[in-house]
Design a protein around this ligand. Structure first.
Ligand SMILES: Cc1cc2nc3c(=O)[nH]c(=O)nc-3n(C[C@H](O)[C@H](O)[C@H](O)COP(=O)(O)OP(=O)(O)OC[C@H]3O[C@@H](n4cnc5c(N)ncnc54)[C@H](O)[C@@H]3O)c2cc1C
Length: 600
């Protein structure tokens, strides 16, 4: 460890460190970046979780790459599917990079030791996934590389082992709470990161030349979600508070098959292996919504179809509020060997055995398509075209945009590998050719003020209650179907919650392992991002991908074939809800696929 000095600030001990490259986040994206950076530059990874507890480890179904191991495939078909799946909002130059580099990304992991499932002749096995097709939609294609239904677990373990091999320095259970910016000739330049050490309550200032954000998603703003408790959008929130833009936050993906009532994910790999969705009459209803690829339509379409079935009275169960995922015809062997985890989840959490019974499912909040805007080299944007020197983002917290308005399954594990690697490379390149930007005086002050405010608040409101109500209003008003009316309600609710948040107090006032304190800070980020989502969603008066407006059911390319760019420009507590947010646009890059109607 390279601590340069220790000082004090009030009751806080402050440790100072210096690194060429600091990566915030030790999920797939952060560790892939670290593997690229560490051999060439002095690199640290800061993570609020022990690395192998990151959400990447929960990923089940697989990682897409047109390897053609079981049938003919091409990166061009993969590009087309991704662009069409994203409802033509993805930047096509970025998607081409994603799909071309997919092949090397899988080989890299293979070389690092990842135990993929195999074909009989020893190649990496592949399976079908929603929206992945041959010849531009003719039929589903086997493109997803997998390790049973534990692909993310294997990726995370493999990357971690390789980080250890490359001697990456980890700061685990350190919460990054601020990005330090220094005024250099009138321009704000990133100079470091301030983190809070969970075990001691001490502060760490990391002075760095290059800073990579890889902090994952923010599904915890919803009640029903597949996301881990820790996915609270801290990194995205930090960037937002610095006045830097966020892109396409209104696009959130609801995965069709969460365990009903719980939201725990059942991978789309189940449908890839042949499972079928049925309504209360036993009907395979996806035949009506997507006649060609049926249950393997992209997630936005399947999730909407499920909600529509339920709304029209064809839901199953005592309250008619879910549908069934029928795996019974797959047989015990396929379930136990290719889908063992989800088989166990259904047994454990619902007491349903997928071998003999259909499993109750309903859409669950799953993935943030939007995030911190970057160019194709993971460089963070300060507006629709200019970058912030030395600042990078990759993985779910970033928006390149390769997923457009709706991500295809298995494209995120791919994204974190391709753009994590690019972020690491670019960070090294920059660190090698630039000097440290000096830190401002007492760079930790903002974080200490924030922590002290939360710690000393004496109001009667409870953090857990505010979080619960936030999640409830987001589920009720900003989920699969949205209208101006529901979004207005959500905006009003979140504003009221923000007011109550100012008067919330915590029970634990200590310094060691104060998770109470950190949950309060995390809720602050969730409230910020919920407001961005709602404001951007109200502004986009069309339906596209994961953003479905009942009052504007059609896609409107004339007006909205462009990315939303949201900026924090005012006081969140003044004016009408959302008045503190200024919205702008960024053009979509189209290389060869002109938008057309999306049919499956
Ligand atoms: C249940 C589930 C199944 C999925 N299955 C698939 C699949 O089969 N295929 C697919 O392509 N995608 C899948 N996805 C999506 C995919 O797994 C994620 O989008 C991807 O793994 C995100 O990786 P990441 O590195 O960006 O973030 P994460 O893996 O979430 O890592 C985030 C990191 O940031 C750190 N962090 C966050 N905040 C802070 C802070 N304030 N300070 C310090 N560190 C911080 C955390 O400690 C963590 O290390 C699935 C997602 C879920 C939830």
């Amino acid at each position: 460890m390279t601590e340069t000095s220790t000082t004090t600030n009030g009751s806080y001990t402050v440790h100072h460190h210096e690194y060429d490259v600091v990566i915030v986040g030790a999920g797939g994206a952060g560790m892939r970046a670290a593997i690229e950076a560490a051999p060439h530059a002095h690199t640290a990874v800061i993570s609020k979780l022990y690395p192998t507890r990151s959400h990447t480890g929960a990923a089940q179904g697989g990682m897409a790459a047109a390897l053609s191991n079981l049938e003919e495939d091409s990166w061009e078909w993969h590009t087309y599917d991704t662009v069409k799946g994203g409802d033509f909002l993805a930047d096509q130059d970025a998607v081409e990079i994603l799909t071309k580099e997919a092949i090397d990304a899988v080989i890299d992991l293979e070389n690092m030791g990842l135990p993929f499932n195999r074909t009989e002749d020893g190649h990496i096995a592949q399976r079908r996934f929603g929206g992945h097709t041959r010849e531009h939609g003719k039929a589903p294609v086997r493109r997803s590389c997998y390790a049973a239904d534990r692909t993310g677990h294997m990726i995370l373990q493999t990357l971690y082992q390789n980080c250890v091999k490359h001697k990456v320095e980890f700061f685990n259970e350190y919460y990054a709470l601020d990005l330090v910016m220094t005024d250099v000739d009138g321009e704000q330049r990133p100079s470091g990161v301030v983190a809070y050490e969970l075990a001691t309550g001490e502060i760490h200032v990391f002075h760095a030349k290059s800073i990579v954000f890889a902090t994952g998603g923010f599904g915890k703003m919803f009640k029903t979600t597949s996301n881990a408790h820790t996915l609270t959008g801290d990194g995205v929130g930090i960037i937002w508070r610095k006045g830097l833009p966020l892109e396409d936050i209104e696009f959130f993906q609801f995965h069709p098959t969460g365990l009903a009532g719980l939201g725990i994910l059942l991978t789309e790999g189940a449908r890839g292996e042949g499972a079928i969705l049925r309504n209360c009459n036993g009907e395979r209803f996806m035949e009506r919504y997507a006649p060609t690829i049926k249950d393997l339509a992209p997630r936005d379409i399947v999730a909407r179809s499920i909600v529509q079935e339920v709304q029209e009275g064809r839901g199953a169960g005592p309250n008619k509020d879910y549908v069934y995922l029928d795996c019974t015809h797959l047989g015990a062997e396929v379930l136990e060997t290719k889908l063992p985890d989800i088989t166990e989840f259904a047994r454990t959490y619902l007491g349903v055995d997928p071998v003999t019974q259909p499993v109750p499912v309903y859409p669950t909040a799953h993935y943030a398509m939007g995030g911190i805007p970057t160019n194709n080299n993971a460089e963070v944007l300060r507006n629709a075209k200019d970058t912030v020197p030395g600042l990078y983002a990759a993985g779910e917290c970033a928006c390149v945009s390769v997923h457009g308005a709706n991500r295809l399954g298995t494209n995120s594990l791919l994204d974190i590998n391709v753009f994590g690697k690019r972020a690491g490379r670019q960070a090294v390149k920059y660190a090698r050719t630039s000097e440290f930007v000096p830190l401002p005086e007492a760079p930790e002050q903002g974080v200490i003020d924030m922590l002290e405010h939360v710690r000393n608040n004496t109001g009667s409101e409870s953090i857990a209650q505010i979080r619960k109500e936030l999640q409830e209003t987001m589920d009720t008003n900003a989920q699969v179907f949205r209208t101006e009316e529901t979004l207005q309600q959500a905006a009003k609710d979140v504003r009221a919650l923000r007011l109550r948040y100012k008067h919330a107090s915590i029970h634990d006032h200590g310094h060691r392992f104060n998770t109470d304190l950190l949950e309060a800070v995390e809720l602050g980020f969730l409230l910020d991002l919920a407001e961005v989502l709602i404001t951007a969603a109200r502004n986009r008066k069309e339906s596209r991908g994961g953003h479905m407006r009942d009052d504007y059911p059609k896609r409107d390319d004339a007006k909205y074939l462009k990315h939303t760019m949201a900026y924090l420009t005012g006081d969140p507590m003044s004016g009408d809800p959302g008045d503190h947010i200024t919205l702008g646009w960024k053009p979509v890059v189209i290389t060869r696929y002109e938008p057309k109607e999306r049919k499956y």
